[in-house]
Design a protein around this ligand. Structure first.
Ligand code: ZN
Length: 496
């Protein structure tokens, strides 16, 4: 009865074929997760007498005699992703290694690039060779690759389950992933590059908006936003009606073009931006957004995408029972963002002699250090030092790390706060702050270190035993390594 919809008391798996495939994928995953378990041994002896699962998974010559297990492997292969350590096991153009909601492979076509392994894109200290990236990859890929934190000490690459939370396999995530895959490939039909390499996607990739907005647009154009209709189809919601207005089923087109809320935002933005008339935007298939963007000017495209992105944000606030921001606040936010974008371009073209030095990005001061200042300080054990850490992350992708080290009397030994570049999310900001803070603390003091963080998830990931497979793997390994160099402990502080 797992396959029954939730409303009938099942776990909500509707499509038995995909559910079955997800169960088989779990068998295959065990070969990776617990290669020494009895189950894995038996499977391995039966199906993969030579070599390990990675070879089998990625080689494409499944010599398996069992249709069933290779059926599960098909799904597993699509969702497996490498966490980059030293990059030596990962083939740039063929393997999955870029974590984002669609296509774990580069969107860029290989072309004349001869580079084969991800290790060839890395410097010795684990940083990316930006010049090489910019030479061979489209900007949409470069942005995502720069967010990947490789191992500063050249540790091995790790396999993980891409759709799962923190890289861990679950049947539910495999089912949802399989469902989306099946649905997406039928939606994008005969296309030769259904994963985003088609030329019409340039309308999205080349637009002048934040990567987050591009990813959002991508999900709209592939109908993979978690609208109520999509969730209902997967059995995750009881009905498909719009959670905001309940007037009709919520698909992407409704959420962005027809819902009272999005129409309200659209009207507000039309006062200041030349937006097309929303009523003329037809729901002509999953790619309606691409049809809509096609005839527009570049700036107009950006405005359309930004407005839709904001409408979806407001919709999510409502769905999560938060007070939605007033329309005027959204208007100010979007206008100031777009103005700064256009402003930068105008300055560049108006006075080429002044070049880049003319643009002074005002890095927002990370809020992290302020948060720490507001915490109530409590002394560490006698003879210990205490490291307070906080990361901050903004909607626009800017991030900061703050850290303060004090002795057991409360005197500050050092404090630091700095911007983090190419940061993925708030959790990564926390972990990076922790890694840097600890590294400084070990240099500035000889004493045992008590670390204090307000992110319970970060604390749990650091304290977990066993192999981490999250996107933060390299950072977590580094923190664990640093912790092994000194007597340390880590505590969680509640931050109001
Ligand atoms: Zn609605």
């Amino acid at each position: 009865d797992l396959v029954q919809p939730k409303s009938k008391g099942g776990a909500g798996f509707r499509d038995f074929r995909i559910f079955n495939q997800a169960l088989l994928a779990r068998q295959a995953w065990r070969l990776i997760y617990k290669p020494d378990s009895l189950c894995a041994q038996v499977l391995k002896a039966r199906y993969y007498p030579n070599g390990n699962i990675q070879d089998t998974v990625f080689s494409g010559n499944a010599s398996s005699s069992s249709q069933a297990i290779s059926y599960g492997l098909d799904l597993l292969k699509k969702g497996l992703i490498w966490r980059v350590g030293n990059g030596r096991s990962i083939r740039v153009w063929r393997d999955n290694w870029i974590p984002r909601p669609f296509s774990y492979k580069p969107i860029t076509l290989q072309g004349r690039c001869r580079i084969r392994f991800v290790s060839d894109l890395l410097n010795n200290n684990g940083s990316w060779n930006a010049a090489v990236l910019q030479e061979f990859f489209l900007p949409a890929d470069v942005v995502e690759i720069l967010k990947i934190r490789a191992s500063p000490r050249q540790e091995d690459d790790t396999l993980a389950w891409g759709p799962g939370k923190y890289g861990v396999f679950s049947v539910r995530s495999a089912y949802e992933f399989g469902f989306e895959e099946a649905h997406r490939s039928s939606a994008t039909g005969s296309s030769a590059h259904p994963d985003g390499r088609r030329s019409c996607w340039k309308l999205i990739w080349s637009s002048d908006v934040l990567p987050t907005v591009k990813n959002f647009a991508w999900r709209v154009a592939t109908n993979s936003l978690p609208t109520w209709r999509n969730k209902n189809r997967r059995g995750l919601e009881v009905h498909a009606l719009c959670p905001v207005c309940a007037s009709e089923p919520e698909d992407c087109h409704h959420a962005l073009c027809r819902c009272t809320l999005s129409r309200g935002l659209w009207d507000t933005m039309s006062e200041v931006w030349p937006l097309p008339c929303l009523a003329t935007v037809l729901n002509n298939g999953d790619e309606w957004l691409l049809h809509m963007l096609e005839p527009l000017q570049e700036v107009e495209r950006s405005m359309v995408l930004m407005t839709f992105w904001r409408a979806w944000h407001i919709r999510n606030e409502i769905v999560h029972h938060k007070p939605p921001p007033p329309m005027e606040a959204s208007k100010r936010f979007l206008v100031s963002y777009m103005d700064s974008l256009i402003g930068i371009k105008t300055d560049l073209s108006s006075d080429p002699n002044r070049g880049k030095s003319y643009i002074t990005y005002e890095p927002r001061m990370p809020h992290a250090i302020l948060n720490i200042a507001e915490r109530k300080w409590s002394a560490p054990k006698l003879g210990w030092v205490k490291l307070e850490i906080d990361g901050s992350f903004m909607d626009d992708g800017s991030a900061g790390a703050g850290m303060v080290l004090r002795d057991d009397k409360g005197a500050i030994i050092f404090s630091s706060c700095r911007q983090l570049f190419s940061c993925r999310d708030a959790l990564e900001a926390e972990l990076c702050a922790c890694m840097e803070g600890l590294s400084f603390a070990l240099q500035r003091s000889e004493l045992p270190v008590q670390m204090e963080m307000d992110s319970i998830v970060a604390v749990k990931l650091i304290q977990a035993s066993g192999m981490d497979r999250s996107v933060y793997t390299s950072v977590i390994k580094e923190i664990k390594y640093l912790m092994s160099l000194r007597e340390t402990c880590i505590t969680h502080v509640n931050c109001s």
